[in-house]
Design a protein around this ligand. Structure first.
Ligand code: GTP
Ligand code: SPV
Ligand code: MN
Length: 595
């Protein structure tokens, strides 16, 4: 659509300003139609950025520059007016200075390209919990991914009207086509990436990267970093959580939200196929939840997204059949390996690599090289509605009522399979002490233990001490029905370095116990850290697992926990205005562990 189709004066003014700075050859407003998507895909096929996947209708293969494969936390900034507003866990820069620096980067950055205007809604269009964003980008790949990940196009402009509010999202790959310069399959400015948030202004400026959360600005930048600030200001919650519905054999249904760090099992849990007969799990969302108290006092959650940007490696018919069925068509695959007959392959897909495999680096695959065929952070972008177990209420604009909130992470030791908080503030404490081994979802070393409270360390758009205060305040609301809180760990290992718990579908056994606790029938026993399943309360029917393994999974090793306490204390003390209540909870925990 032509720029003149925009009749929102403030939006038009902002676009005009950004056009002046970025100097694109052309401006195009996306309508979100299938014809438009076909046209843009054709262009990427012609330029070599996309390859058609003959085996998967409507699907495409893309591969990135090797210098642009994941989120870049070191180059991610929260530019609030004051440094204290961003807090010790975020990179901060003065907003004016950063704007100045960025303006130089963006100056002329879209020369030789088209600027695409993407109107998008996070959450069902016009819904009471939904919010609109406008992304300006010079990347067709971003347009096509945003069309899957968000509700996008003309309908959103209609909902915005002449004066609706929107989050300003500016994105450039930073590779202008100046005279004599040829385009690349994956244009970027790998050595000069900036993922910058201006929370007061509700604005995002992202430069230099075309990958995932760096470039699809509705996701981490808006729905978590900016939305967390909006949520604090307006009394709701924007969280890095999956949402699932679970139904017991009698037909009773409950909804559960769960926060695990990146690449720690959200998509897998959200689409789980229970191994327990008669139980059913359905998916509302796999990455982000926006939650608020409903009029009936229950906590309601929506999934603001419209698709899945999921980790490909490890996804198989065995581990996640629902994801495998979701990605059979209309899916964009990035940085996986491709087969000569137009299909995809990755480590852990469940079968051997076919002859003639081409790696994500576009080289012939050599198993002896020791190099993986797919990048560990290779991803699929697929429409949520293609998930065979999508929840019937997944598009309910009012959300679904949450009975339980889970926290988790990758911990080889210390943290048991599951334990339950005593109350809301203990739940907030549990969220605050989450730690996890780092993964390939962000650039940097993999497997290093770090504190990742609420799985929000890289995604909280303001001071995390203030974030904990906000969570505590939310629980102090009168007349509300608190969900229960749990801390789970699917990743505990034995001395040989093997996972003690089979995970995936078998996690339904843990969900069943949580469900029964919510019903008031599940049995628990108190421990120093919270409630564990009572002996026999975890349904292990039909599971082959040794008694020693179960014992290790469900006991609290006080020594190991005590070894964690100093690190937690250092973390808590790194904030100026840390909640007293949580500090007392830490003393409480330490005392209980010592007796
Ligand atoms: P993001 O999209 O980065 O936020 O990741 P995510 O939290 O959705 O993680 P995902 O479900 O994609 O899982 C990441 C990796 O963890 C995959 O390689 C999975 O195979 C593996 N994984 C998921 N669930 C389990 C589990 O229960 N046990 C074990 N051992 N591995 C798991
Ligand atoms: C994550 O890293 O938590 C993701 C992938 O979900 S990205 O969208 O790239 O942030
Ligand atoms: Mn995520």
């Amino acid at each position: 659509m032509h720029l003149d189709s925009i009749n929102h004066p403030k939006l038009r003014t902002w676009i005009d300003e950004m056009v002046q700075m970025c100097m694109p050859d052309d401006v195009y407003v996306c309508d979100g139609s299938q014809e438009e998507a076909n046209r843009l895909s054709e262009r990427l096929l012609r330029s070599g950025s996309f390859k058609k996947l003959e085996k998967r209708p409507g699907s495409f293969y893309a591969f990135s520059d090797p210098g642009d494969v994941a989120r870049v936390e070191n180059n991610t900034y929260i530019c609030s007016r004051f440094r204290e507003e961003a807090g010790p866990t975020n990179n901060w820069a003065d907003p004016q200075e950063m704007k100045g620096e960025l303006m130089q980067r963006f100056f002329g950055s879209m020369r030789g390209r088209t600027m695409y205007v993407i109107p998008f809604s996070m959450g069902p269009i016009g819904g009471p919990l939904s919010h609109i964003g406008i992304e300006l980008t010079d990347s067709i790949y971003v347009v096509l991914n945003m069309r899957i990940m968000t509700r996008m196009g003309s309908k959103v402009l209609e909902a915005l009207g002449r004066d609706g509010t929107f989050v300003k999202c500016l994105h450039s790959v930073g590779y202008p086509l100046t005279p004599g310069r040829h385009d690349k399959p994956w244009p970027c400015d790998a050595n000069n990436k900036y993922i910058v948030h201006f929370p007061e202004e509700r604005a995002i400026w992202s430069y230099g990267s075309g990958y995932g959360g760096n470039a699809l600005l509705g996701k981490k930048c808006f729905a978590l970093r900016i939305a967390s600030v909006m949520a604090r200001d307006q009394g709701w919650l924007a969280e890095h959580m999956l949402i699932l519905g679970i139904t017991n054999p009698e037909g009773k249904k409950r909804y559960i939200a769960a926060a695990f760090p990146s690449a720690c099992g959200k998509t897998n849990l959200a689409m789980l196929v229970p191994t327990l007969p008669g139980w059913k799990v359905e998916t509302v969302g796999d990455d982000i939840a926006w939650m608020r108290w409903g009029e009936d006092g229950q906590l309601y959650a929506i999934n603001p997204e419209y698709g899945y940007f999921g980790v490909a490696p490890g996804t198989s018919m065995q581990s996640n059949p629902n994801a495998m069925k979701t990605i059979e068509k209309n899916t964009i695959f990035t940085n996986v390996a491709r087969t000569p007959d137009g299909d995809v392959w990755w480590e852990g897909i469940g079968y051997d690599p076919p002859e003639g495999l081409i790696t994500w680096l576009q080289e012939p695959y050599d198993p002896k090289s020791g190099k993986p065929a797919a990048h560990p952070n290779a991803r699929f972008t697929a429409p949520a509605k293609q998930c065979p177990v999508i929840d019937p209420a997944w598009e309910d604009p009012n959300g679904v009522p949450i009975s339980a909130i889970l926290f988790g992470g990758r911990r080889a030791g210390t943290v048991p399979l599951v334990h339950e908080a005593m109350d809301w503030s203990h739940g907030v404490f549990m969220g605050a002490i989450v730690s996890s081994e780092t993964t390939a979802a962000a650039s940097g070393a993999v497997g290093q233990l770090r504190r990742d409270p609420f799985a929000m360390l890289p995604f909280c758009g303001y001071n995390m001490a203030d974030y904990f205060h906000h969570w505590l305040r939310m629980g102090e609301r009168t007349g509300v029905k608190h969900p229960k809180f749990y801390y789970v760990n699917w990743f505990r290992k034995n001395k040989e370095g093997k996972f003690l718990w089979p995970g995936y579908g078998e996690n339904s056994r843990v969900l069943k116990w949580i469900f029964e606790r919510c019903e008031g029938i599940g049995k628990a026993q108190e421990s120093a850290i919270g409630n564990l399943p009572a002996p026999g309360a975890l349904d292990l029917t039909g599971l082959k697992i040794s008694e020693e393994a179960m014992k290790e999974l469900l006991t609290v090793n006080a020594e190991e926990w005590l070894a964690d306490i100093p690190g937690i204390r250092v973390f808590f003390n790194s904030f100026d205005d840390f909640p007293e209540q949580l500090m007392e909870r830490l003393d409480w925990l330490e005392k209980r562990l010592k007796t």
